[in-house]
Design a protein around this ligand. Structure first.
Ligand code: DGY
Length: 319
C-alpha cells in the first residue's frame, strides 16, 4: 500500500518532520516564505494531511481542493486562520498546539512589558548612537512595575500564566474574561471585574483573547479614552483585537504611556507611524519562538497528523 502524503507549509524543527517521515511521504515548503494562496491550493492537491501555520488561510475553497484530506494541523495555538464550520461539514480535523507554548508566550508578554516600562529599547539605541556620555539623574525615566495594577483581558492558559508572573512582582491583578476563574483568583489574588474597570484602573493592560468576531477591535478609540494616561498596553494575542489606527493616535497624542506589541492588524505589515514612535516596542510575532517551544510544537502537530491519518481522533482537535 502506498504511503500517505503530508504537506508541511513552512520549515519547522526537525523533530516534527522526523516523526512524520516515519509514517508518511512528506513534502516541506523549502522556500523561506509563506506559500501564496494559489501555491497552497496546488500543493494541497493529492495530500492526506497538512501541517500548516497561522499565515495560511484554511478556508472552504482550500478544503474542497482535495477530497482525501483528513486534517489541517495548525502550528500555533490560535486558529483564527481556519474555518471551523467548513471543516466540520467535511469531517476534516483541525488541530492546534496548546499548552506547550503557554510559558514562552507569557514570558514574551513580560519581556515587552518591561521593555516598555523601563525603556530598554530606547536605552539600547542611545548607546549605539554614542549618546551615553555620563550617568544622568533624569535619563530615560520609566515606570515602576512592582506593586502596581496589572489588568488582564482574557484568562485562558496564557493569560493565567501571565498573571501568575505578575503576582511575584507584588502586583494587584484585575481581570476580565467570559467566565470567572476561581482557581486563578486563589493563586494570584486576582479580582474578576468588568471590561471597563480593567481599562480604567490598570497601569498595565495585557491582551490574551483569541481573535473572534466579538474581540475584533475590542480596543479602539473609546477604550483608549477610558485608560489611564500612564497605562501601558501589551498585545501578544492577535493584531486585529486592537484597532491599530486608534492605537497610533493614542500613542502619538499620549492618551496612554506606551505599548508593547508582538502582533499586528495586517501582519506582516506594520503601520509606518508605529515604527516612528519611541513609546512602542515592536516584536515580529515571536511569542512562542524559543528552540524548546517550537520543537514541542512541531512534535505535537506531527502527532496530531499521525493520529488522524491512522483513523484516530487527534489529541488537540478543535472542531
Ligand atoms: C500562536 O501559537 O497562536 C502564536 O501566536 C504563534 O506564535
Amino acid at each position: 500500500m502506498s504511503r500517505k502524503k503530508v504537506l508541511v507549509t513552512r520549515k519547522i524543527p526537525e523533530e516534527g518532520i522526523k516523526k512524520l517521515l516515519e509514517h508518511f511521504d512528506v513534502e516541506v515548503n523549502e522556500l523561506d516564505r509563506v506559500f501564496t494562496y494559489e501555491e497552497l491550493k496546488k500543493k494541497v492537491k493529492g495530500k492526506d494531511g497538512v501541517l500548516c501555520q497561522l499565515a495560511d488561510t484554511i478556508d472552504r475553497e482550500l478544503m474542497d481542493i482535495e477530497p482525501n484530506i483528513k486534517i489541517f494541523a495548525n502550528y500555533a495555538v490560535g486558529y483564527n486562520n481556519m474555518d471551523i464550520e467548513a471543516a466540520k461539514e467535511r469531517n476534516i480535523y483541525l488541530t492546534n498546539t496548546p499548552d506547550v507554548l503557554t510559558d514562552a508566550t507569557a514570558d514574551l508578554a513580560w519581556a515587552l512589558l518591561f521593555a516598555v516600562a523601563r525603556r530598554v529599547v530606547e536605552g539600547d539605541k542611545y548607546i549605539r548612537n554614542d549618546k551615553f556620555t555620563a550617568w544622568s539623574p533624569k535619563l530615560l525615566l520609566g515606570k515602576d512595575v512592582s506593586g502596581r495594577t496589572l489588568g488582564i483581558i482574557g484568562t485562558g492558559r496564557i493569560g493565567r500564566a501571565f498573571g501568575k508572573r505578575g503576582k511575584s512582582f507584588n502586583m494587584k491583578i484585575l481581570y476580565y474574561n467570559r467566565s470567572r476563574k476561581k482557581e486563578f483568583e486563589k493563586e494570584t489574588g486576582a479580582q474578576f471585574v468588568s471590561f471597563e474597570e480593567v481599562l480604567k484602573k490598570s497601569d498595565y493592560i495585557s491582551l490574551h483573547t483569541p481573535l473572534t468576531k466579538d474581540t475584533k477591535h475590542m480596543i479602539g478609540d473609546n477604550e483608549f479614552n477610558i485608560m489611564k494616561k500612564e497605562a501601558i498596553l501589551i498585545n501578544t494575542s492577535r493584531g486585529p483585537v486592537v484597532d491599530e489606527k486608534a492605537l497610533v493616535k493614542a500613542l502619538k497624542y499620549k492618551k496612554i504611556w506606551g505599548a508593547g506589541l508582538d502582533v499586528y492588524e495586517n501582519e506582516p505589515k506594520v503601520e509606518k507611524e508605529l515604527k516612528e514612535l519611541d513609546n512602542v516596542v515592536l516584536c515580529p510575532h515571536i511569542g512562542s519562538a524559543t528552540d524548546e517551544t517550537r520543537t514541542k510544537m512541531s512534535v505535537m502537530a506531527a502527532d496530531n497528523i499521525i493520529a488522524a491519518l491512522n483513523g484516530k481522533k487527534p489529541l488537540n482537535c478543535i472542531n
